[in-house]
Design a protein around this ligand. Structure first.
Ligand code: ADE
Length: 245
């Protein structure tokens, strides 16, 4: 999988993705993540990427030219890489041609969740993640370049680079082989539609607080039942909307 992030703040997106499991996944060649500075595609000497809105209103709007130039170049590079690998545009896992998908991070997008993360976690895919800034971007970018608009939640960040890092982390950890233990992704909160229940480790007693006896019992059936009950109880308490779904 290859992910290109287009942002005015590449370090904000790249640094968290170089750490921990996602950093290791990059080192092991399971994914290539590159954060690019959108200004590199600006043509003028001030490297302008925004301009005042038509019709007049507050703030600045991201311009078409650098974004189209960047996406077109990144798409062409990806196609070249695939041709060089002899795969004529087909994905690395042998599935039919995967076109580069362009995702725009914006609080006005579809709300991101675990299901969307799983839909994007395709080993052969190429994603271009465009980060918003200023008051928005020219609508022609959304109409003619963007495949999906994604929000990571109902709050507004100062720019989309942090949102891109969140999105990419959630997607990449679902790629086969990224997590150390192949079983841990299906156990995640949300994967089952429930929030994960409590976990304990040694010691069995700390400051008088004992680990629930059932976990020490060795009875796997009873432990599985207890975990399910705990997950139900926690979901009912903190996220009743998930049970309604
Ligand atoms: N950019 C600013 N806020 C955002 C959000 N909540 N989700 C995605 N991109 C954003």
């Amino acid at each position: 999988m290859r992910i290109d992030i287009l942002t005015l703040f590449p370090a904000v997106a790249a640094i968290p993705l170089g750490e921990s499991m996602i950093g290791k996944a990059q080192q092991r060649g399971l994914v290539t993540i590159q954060a690019h500075n959108l200004r590199d595609w600006a043509r003028d000497k001030h490297r302008t990427t925004d301009d005042a809105p038509y019709g007049g209103s507050q703030g600045m709007v991201m311009k078409c030219e650098p974004v189209f130039a960047a996406v077109e170049e990144l798409r062409a590079q990806e196609l070249e890489r695939r041709m060089a690998n002899g795969s004529d545009g087909a994905s690395a896992d042998g599935s039919p041609q995967v076109t580069s998908r362009v995702l725009y991070m914006t609080p006005g997008g579809r709300r991101f969740d675990q299901k969307m993360a799983a839909e994007h976690a395709l080993p052969g895919a190429h994603l271009i993640v465009l980060c918003g800034h200023y008051e928005g971007i020219d609508q022609r970018i959304i109409d003619h370049l963007v495949d999906d608009e994604i929000s990571i939640g109902d709050y507004v960040l100062t720019n989309g680079a942090l949102a891109a890092a969140v999105f990419v982390d959630a997607v990449v950890r679902l790629l086969p082989g990224v997590l150390g233990d192949e079983n841990s992704a299906p156990d995640d909160s949300f994967a089952s539609g429930l929030i994960e229940g409590p976990q304990y480790t040694r010691p069995a007693e700390f400051r008088g607080w004992r680990v629930p006896e059932v976990l020490l019992s060795g009875n796997h059936g009873a432990i599985a039942r207890w975990r399910r009950e705990q997950a139900m109880e926690k979901t009912r308490r903190v996220r009743p909307d998930l049970l309604a779904e």
